[in-house]
Design a protein around this ligand. Structure first.
Ligand code: BTN
Length: 326
């Protein structure tokens, strides 16, 4: 009910009478009064005036269950959403939930992670009060070979979500990272459970650096945050909701074609290093070529000196510009 009151007050942008709230939500005056009190406690600035009602006058950075519930404007991505103050890892929790039958679209969000996981078994630094850590559960009915494209769909959703929320163009560093001005702002870790070609579930974990912060010395040169790049504070809840909205749209386009055909153009527009020299590092192989964008099934097309084009499959490969991280 708190989420519904919040949505109504936000949409109205003016005073809403206590009676209207009671009628709309079929509850008593006391219940409305209690809900308003709880919202105030959570930090919402709600003005209460006799004979006028309630008005949402200040929101600030409020991040939590009700904020996400009240903003989520999708059909299935982000429904339900579970907010935790602290988790070891949202990916880990999502896998446990998926094993227990959590539905497609279930979203787990944590303010802080105590055992955040990155790719290649690395740790993902996850301090509280500043960044985004979430994992979306997908129960796909497609083939195992198509799963790696989910990371690309999420990458595109994050880049578009950042543009919508912060007004800055973020680029995609194929296949897992989002960068702004040559520095990493987001990493994506998709994991799946498969049995004899049958996919039980896929969990797509996303970590976005949002607030100003000090990065550990080993990554300070290649990491940045949204606030550092766009110069103002960013609402984490708004960004998550925008990413979910984009993901849902892109996922449905992907489902229709069974590949990235309908997304390739936009993806390649945001792809960092397109038309530039990149170094491809895969176990036992390393070569340099010009990045020509992605294919309809998400491979990176790299043109070598002799004009041949190699299709690089995401897997354990790493692609770098020839001058450093990007
Ligand atoms: C990378 O190495 O770049 C991927 C980082 C992915 C981090 C996110 S944070 C939310 C989710 N939970 C985790 O433990 N990892 C992912």
């Amino acid at each position: 009910m708190r989420a519904k009151i919040l949505t109504l007050l936000r949409e109205r942008g003016d005073y809403v009478s206590g009676q209207e709230l009671c009628d709309r939500f079929g509850v008593s005056r006391t219940a409305v009064w209690k809900a308003i009190g709880q919202l105030k406690k959570e930090g919402y600035g709600i003005d209460a005036v006799r004979n006028k009602g309630y008005c949402l006058v200040w929101e600030g950075e409020i991040y939590g269950q009700h904020e996400l519930d009240s903003r989520m404007n999708t059909k299935w991505a982000g429904h339900p959403v579970y907010f935790y103050d602290e988790l070891p890892s949202t990916n880990l929790q999502a896998k446990l939930d998926a094993e227990k039958g959590a539905a497609q679209g279930t979203l787990l969000v944590a303010d802080m992670q105590t055992a955040g996981r990155g790719r290649r078994g690395r740790a993902w630094s996850s301090p509280g009060g500043t960044n985004i850590y979430f994992t979306l559960i997908i129960k796909p009915d497609f083939q195992v070979e198509q799963v790696s494209m989910m990371t690309l769909v999420m990458g595109l959703a994050v880049a578009e979500g950042i543009l919508k929320t912060c007004g800055v163009e973020a680029c995609i560093k194929w296949p897992n990272d989002i960068v702004i001005n040559g520095k990493k702002v987001c990493g994506i870790l998709a994991e799946m459970s498969v049995e004899r070609e049958y996919i039980h579930y896929v969990v797509i974990g996303v970590g976005i650096n949002v607030g100003l912060q000090e990065f550990p010395p080993e990554i300070v040169e290649m990491a940045t945050s949204l606030q550092a790049e766009c110069g103002h504070a960013v609402s984490r809840a708004e960004l998550i909701v925008n990413v979910m909205k984009e993901f849902e749209t892109f996922y449905e386009i992907f489902r229709k074609d069974g590949n990235l055909k309908g997304l390739v153009e936009r993806y390649n527009h945001l792809l960092v290093n397109r038309g530039r020299e990149v170094r491809v590092l895969s176990p036992g192989d390393e070569f340099v070529g010009i990045s020509r964008g992605i294919s309809e099934i998400g491979e990176l097309l790299v043109e070598k000196d002799d004009g041949t084009v190699t299709k690089v499959y995401a897997g354990e490969v790493s692609v770098r510009g020839i001058y450093g991280y990007v």
